[in-house]
Design a protein around this ligand. Structure first.
Ligand code: ZN
Length: 132
């Protein structure tokens, strides 16, 4: 999980994991060959759920703290502008983390099978001979 929080592959710790850029993702981790979706349709719904919980939770916590600190003169318009901006920026910043965190949870619940490990190793072996 610690690896996932810093945007690394939860399985091997590869810094690039399966990311090609902040938003673009490849099919497999470049460090261990683990398939990003792990062969499950709809796998990214888990990352979406993590993102929703994380981002809505942060905004609700920020609203609570801001209101608690400014009662009785709550600056509603200022809070609205700041929190609306945060509601746009936070998902962009945390987007890749939601994927690595979801894979970490998935790996904990559903460890890599022997077949999946062999497939990943075969992909890595085939990839080693090719320029990337
Ligand atoms: Zn990996």
């Amino acid at each position: 999980m610690l690896r996932a929080i810093v945007r690394r592959c939860p399985r091997c710790g590869s810094r690039r994991a399966w990311f090609r850029s902040w938003f673009a993702q490849g099919e497999r981790c470049v460090g261990c060959g683990l398939r990003r979706t792990r062969g499950v349709d709809g796998h990214e719904l888990g990352a979406l759920t993590i993102g929703l919980v994380l981002n809505i939770g942060l905004v609700i916590a920020a609203v609570g703290i801001a209101v608690a600190l400014t009662v009785p003169d709550v600056p509603v318009v200022t809070l609205y502008v700041i929190l609306a901006s945060a509601a746009i920026v936070i998902p962009v910043v945390t987007w890749p983390l939601t994927h690595t965190i979801w894979i970490a949870i998935d790996l904990r619940v559903r460890p890599v099978s022997d077949d999946e490990a062999a497939e990943a190793a075969a992909w890595l072996a085939g990839r080693d001979g090719q320029p990337s």
